[in-house]
Ligand binder design. Structure first.
Ligand SMILES: [Mg+2]
Length: 295
């Protein structure tokens, strides 16, 4: 793996990595596992794509805390003699790490009956943004457009090939690290990344904040040929949902980052811990969470 990683790997010559955390910053740590047959199937995506999206998922959790990456560690288990190779997987991890400016601090490989990758990402932040900061009166915003990964999964599970744009959203998610820091500077005070689906992740935010959340389904930004309901149920998006105390200039956001920022709802005092979806003023119920291959 070291040969593949080249100068993206840092400090891998010792038994353990040694890191400096900038004075006044908190250490932010997250870990994420992707398992063949649970999170992906080998016949759908390449080894490099498996490596990339696993690393991007871990980096997205750092983004959701408004943290800067310090480095990542990889634990890889894979069957003997099967594709993809360690080199393919390592190349995908490298691409995601390089794209986010995150050094690779070390890795461990083992032979096992099933392919799995565990990525631990470390970051630092002066003021990590948590899920618990949303307050009544806040506006909810989401980055990007939702529904592509869900549409890709629906296609694969029905035995067809997903559209290229939907497939790309599944295999090449982007950790919104710079966007997160900008959003915090512009009023975001609670944040979560969309990994389990908008509905599930907003529930996490509503419960942590002790507030109610109302989403206007008509305003949820969708990938092409995806309905708002499908977009709200799609997971592994790795877009950010934030609650902001101020109105954010969405035009400035799209000019700066090239992706939309959309107001999709509000935080209320009523119904603490609950999420309501409305369309054309009437309640839409239920919006399912995303449970990998359960559909
Ligand atoms: Mg997360």
């Amino acid at each position: 793996m070291l040969r593949v990683w080249g100068d993206v790997s840092v400090g891998t010559g010792d038994d353990a990595a040694v890191l400096d955390v900038p004075a006044g910053s908190r250490l932010v740590v997250t870990t994420d596992t992707a398992i063949e047959g649970v999170h992906f199937r080998r016949e759908w995506i390449t080894g490099a794509e498996i490596g990339y999206r696993s690393a991007a998922a871990a980096l997205s959790d750092l983004a959701a805390m408004a943290a800067d990456p310090l480095g990542m560690l990889l634990a890889l288990s894979l069957p003997e003699g099967l594709t993809p190779s360690i080199e393919d997987l390592a190349a995908g991890v490298k691409e995601a790490a390089h794209r986010s400016g995150c050094p690779i601090l070390g890795g461990d490989t083992n032979r096992a009956p099933v392919l799995s990758l565990t990525i631990t990402a470390l970051g630092h932040a002066r003021l990590p943004v948590r899920r618990s900061g949303a307050r009544p009166g806040d506006t909810l915003y989401v980055t990007g457009k939702l529904g592509g990964p869900g549409a890709a999964l629906r296609a694969w599970l029905s035995g067809s090939q997903p559209r290229p744009d939907h497939r790309a959203r599944f295999v090449y998610p982007v950790a919104r690290l710079d966007e997160a820091k900008w959003l915090v500077e512009h009023g975001a005070r609670a944040m979560i990344d969309v990994s389990d689906g908008l509905s599930s992740d907003l529930h996490h935010l509503a419960i942590a904040s002790g507030a109610g959340i109302v989403v206007n389904l008509d305003t949820v930004p969708t990938a092409l040929d995806v309905s708002p309901l499908q977009a709200a149920e799609s997971g592994e998006e790795y877009e950010l949902v934030i609650a902001a105390v101020t109105q954010i200039d969405c035009d400035e956001f799209v000019r700066r980052f090239g992706i939309p920022l959309t107001a999709i709802g509000r935080v209320e005092a009523e119904g603490p811990g609950t999420v309501k979806f409305e369309a054309s003023g009437t309640r839409v119920d239920p919006v399912r969470g995303y449970d990998h291959f359960s559909r």
